[in-house]
Design a protein around this ligand. Structure first.
Ligand SMILES: [Mn+2]
Length: 351
């Protein structure tokens, strides 16, 4: 974690813990639990009582839609920002899609019949909102309710970061951990997947993240080298680090082990090269590779709990949406379900 006095802002980090909370919502009886969990995250994120009231309405409406209309509804919640300054809600389902989007978005229209709320109300009440829906793939809804008292922190990752980080169902601790660190010139994106899963995997991944957060001005290869030394007493981890320098239009990447990284841009997709090995145990010299990067590029990194055979082109238009919808959609459709799963989607805007 970056010290408070540091000019470096930490946008979010899992540090081995479940950064996200997943709640299947397939029945109206699940809505209350979703609201309670969201309220707990709202307290963590410093939301006022009024803001938690807004959060309750947003979560209730999103969850009610899942319960009444969707198949395989899943709500993914997280307290976002460091320190947490908002609650992010992803409502994911596999169909049937929203037939008349403009009608569904009109305020006061509620297919759930719940006192005139609905998608229009979510959009109006949330600090951020986005939606991607097709009849073929289903719907992903993103909303964020921010703590006004911590607004200075919100500004940093608004619209630029999407993440789902969830432990395998049998574990409480996530063996995946991540962080996104931003300095004036560059954005550092770090994803570690501790060997296996559970608490020992989480400790290894945490050590990798800790090493990175202490060296945010070092190159990806230097950080991996330092992590290798620091992680000898741990189980070891796969580790991938991308450094995005927008002013140089360049992304520099180094990866060891099975973390996937892809740049999606209007020109197509570019897979980033990792080497075999286990950071902390078996590793040869770390190589860095550079790739072109523009304001229209989106970096997607994920652990091997997500199958790698996805094609963003199967979701026409999704790449232009909030990165949380990209992360949520890939999690929904490609999670293996037998390992911790993390997806990061990152855009870097000119400021
Ligand atoms: Mn894994």
């Amino acid at each position: 974690m970056a010290p408070q006095s540091s000019p470096v802002s930490t946008l979010g980090e899992a540090l081995g813990g479940p950064a996200s909370v997943a709640l299947p919502v397939t029945d109206p009886s699940h809505v209350g639990e979703a609201r309670r969990r969201a309220n707990g995250l709202g307290l963590t994120a410093g939301l006022s009582e009024t803001e938690r009231g807004t959060l309750a309405v947003v979560v209730t409406e999103a969850a009610t839609n899942l319960a009444r209309h969707a198949s395989d509804g899943l709500l993914v919640l997280r307290a976002a920002g460091t320190p947490p300054s908002g609650v992010e809600i992803l409502a994911l389902d596999k169909g049937p899609g929203i037939r008349d989007l403009s009608k569904a978005m009109s305020d006061g229209f509620s297919t759930a019949g719940s006192a005139g709320h609905g998608l229009g109300a979510i959009r109006r009440m949330a600090g951020e909102f986005d939606l991607f829906s097709t009849p073929e793939t289903g719907t992903a809804l993103f909303a964020r309710v921010n703590a006004a008292a911590r607004a200075a922190d919100d500004r940093l990752d608004r619209g630029t970061l999407g993440v789902v980080c969830l432990p395998v169902a049998t574990e409480r601790a996530s063996g995946d951990a991540w962080t996104v660190e931003r300095t004036a010139r560059r954005t550092l994106v770090v994803l570690a997947d501790g060997l296996g899963h559970g608490v020992d995997a989480a400790r290894a991944a945490e050590m990798a993240i800790h090493t990175a957060t202490k060296r945010v001005r070092h190159s990806p290869a230097q950080i991996i080298g330092a992590a290798h030394d620091a992680m000898r007493a741990t189980r070891g981890a796969a580790l991938a680090i991308a450094e995005i320098d927008l002013s140089e239009h360049r992304l520099t990447f180094a990866g060891i082990g099975n973390v996937s990284a892809v740049i999606v841009s209007p020109d197509g997709t570019q897979s980033l090269a990792s080497h075999n090995g286990i950071v902390g145990h078996e590793m040869r010299t770390v190589h860095e590779f550079t790739y072109p990067w523009t304001g229209a590029s989106c970096l997607i990194m994920h652990s091997d709990g997500i199958r790698s055979r996805w094609q963003l082109g199967a979701y026409p238009g999704l790449a232009a949406h909030h990165p949380a919808l990209v992360a949520g959609t890939l999690y929904r459709d490609f999670t293996r379900g037998r390992d911790d799963a993390t997806v990061l989607a990152v855009r870097v805007r000119e400021t």
